[in-house]
Design a protein around this ligand. Sequence first.
Ligand code: SAM
Length: 261
Amino acid sequence: MSQEIDPSRPSIARAYDVVLGGKDNYAADRAFADQLRATVPQIDDLAWLNRRLLGRAVRYLAGEAGLDQFLDLGAGLPTMENTHQVAQAQNPDTRVVYVDIDPIVLAHGQALLAENGRTGVITADLRDPTAVLEHPTTRELIDRGRPVAVLLIGLLHHLHDDENPQGIVDAYMDAVPAGSHLAISHFCDVGPEARELQETFLTFLGTGRFRTIEEITGYFRGLELIEPGVVPLPVWRPDGLPPGELTLWDRLMAAGVARKR
Ligand code: SAM
C-alpha cells in the first residue's frame, strides 16, 4: 500500500523537504510550512536538529554499536547525511533499506542510490510490518539472523493513537535478534506551543501527535536504553560541547536509542 502523489495537498515527505530547504516540493507544501512557521518561527531549525540527530544516531549505531544492517522506516526524501552515506562511511559493507509510503521518495531515492548495490528503497506502509519485512528488497539486503538497526526517526508522531504505534514498534523489534537496536525521534509535548503546533499539523496535514517524554520512552519497552536515555534532540550524544540552555524548539522533539537484550 502506498499513497498517491497529490500536489494539491501537503505531504509529510515534501513538507519536511521544504523546512530542510530542499526543492522537491509543491506550493501546497510550502503553504503548510508557512503555517507551521507562523506558530513556531524556528521550525526549520527543528527539522535540522532532527536531521543532525539522525546522523549522530547512525554514526553511533554503525560505529560504536557495530551494526551493519539498517532498516530506515519513514526515510523521507534524500538530503544531506542520508543513512547509507553515514553508515557506509563507517563500514562500506553496511546494508540499508529505506522504506517510505510516499512514492516520491522512491523516485528520488533510486536516482541517488543507483550506483550502490548495498542500498535499496521500497515504497511500503510501515504500519504493515510483514509487508516491509517480507518485501523482496528487504529479504535480499537484510539478514534477520543478525542484528539490525531499526530507525523510526521523525515518524511515530505521524501515527494516531488508534493505529497502535506501540504494537507496530514491537512487531519490528520482535522480528529482529538480540543485539538489534531501535532509534526513535518524536515530537514532544513540552507545553502550550507544542499543542498549538499539534493543532496546525492535525488541521492541515492530518497527523502530528506531540507525546510526552514518558510516552516516547514507553516505545522502548523491554529494551535497554543507551545513555543518555530519551532526551531533547541536542542533548543526545552531541558531537561537540554539551548544549547550553535549551530553547523551546530545542525541546520540541526528543530522541533515544535502545538495544535488544
Ligand atoms: N526519517 C527522516 C528524517 O527524520 O530525516 C524523514 C522523516 S519525514 C518527517 C517522515 C517520513 O515518513 C515521510 O517521508 C513520510 O512520507 C513517511 N511516512 C509517514 N507515514 C508513513 C507510513 N505509514 N509508512 C511509511 N512511511 C511513512
